[in-house]
Design a protein around this ligand. Structure first.
Ligand code: DC
Length: 226
């Protein structure tokens, strides 16, 4: 079997990772793996069980009751399956994002999810986005991108995105949550968000989606060929 191509895209909340990665995956014919959705599924599970995301005893006690599955529909859209239930839409709230940021800080949670992420990359050409893809999950990724933008720009985009989905969103509140999430994701002990030395930084503050996709496609083409 030919060695698979893997593109790692890491970066803070709201930098545009999933939009960009999804577009690139479609254009290149790769599998898109949204690893944030995996952590959101874990957060959603413990939320349903009434276990607080910082409650390591509760998490340790009940983690074996959880099975997480990733499935792709015929359009290539990733679905998250929690104990046999499709929770793809349920996990996309600010509250679950915030809880995912806390629950993902526990080593026991990260270890439980590592193999499933690596397995997809073993079997398919992938574009995988998250916080620790280039540093921990796929340290030998073909291309590593660190996608970032100013917190204010990310908050504005996230507010518009939530409103478009019919959810309530206040810019100042979203900005505060983004800043808090940045702090948590970069300061945790296990697999914190950080730019690895061999990754290429792309700042999306001043670029639109087409511009970012074109810039990253060029980076990939240089490494992999057109
Ligand atoms: O990308 P997202 O906003 O859906 O991710 C939700 C949280 O999950 C994020 O704040 C931190 C955590 N996460 C992680 O720790 N490692 C990843 N590879 C992806 C997400």
């Amino acid at each position: 079997m030919a060695k698979k191509i893997s593109i790692a895209i890491d970066g803070p909340a709201g930098a545009g990772k999933s939009t960009i990665a999804r577009r690139l995956a479609k254009e290149l014919g790769y599998h898109y793996v949204d690893t944030g959705a995996i952590y959101r599924t874990v957060a959603y599970f413990f939320d349903l069980w009434g276990v607080a995301p910082k409650d390591i005893d509760g998490i340790t006690r009940y983690i074996d009751e959880l099975t997480v599955g990733i499935e792709y529909d015929e359009e290539g859209v990733q679905h998250m399956i929690m104990n046999g239930m499709d929770v793809t839409d349920d996990i996309r709230t600010q509250e679950i994002g915030q809880k995912a940021s806390l629950v993902s800080a526990h080593a026991i949670v990260r270890e439980a999810l590592l193999d499933m992420q690596r397995d997809v990359a073993k079997n398919y050409d992938v574009i995988m986005d998250g916080r620790d893809i280039g540093t921990v999950v796929l340290p030998k990724a073909t291309v590593k991108i660190f996608l970032t933008a100013a917190p204010e720009v990310r908050a504005k985009r996230r507010t518009e995105e939530l409103k478009a989905k019919g959810q309530k969103a206040d810019y100042n509140k979203v900005l505060k949550e983004i800043q808090q999430r940045d702090y948590q994701d970069t300061h945790r002990e296990v697999a914190p968000l950080k730019m690895s030395r061999d990754s290429i930084k792309v700042d999306t503050s001043e670029l639109d989606i087409d511009g970012v996709v074109a810039a990253i496609r060029e980076i990939i083409a240089k490494k992999v060929g057109p």
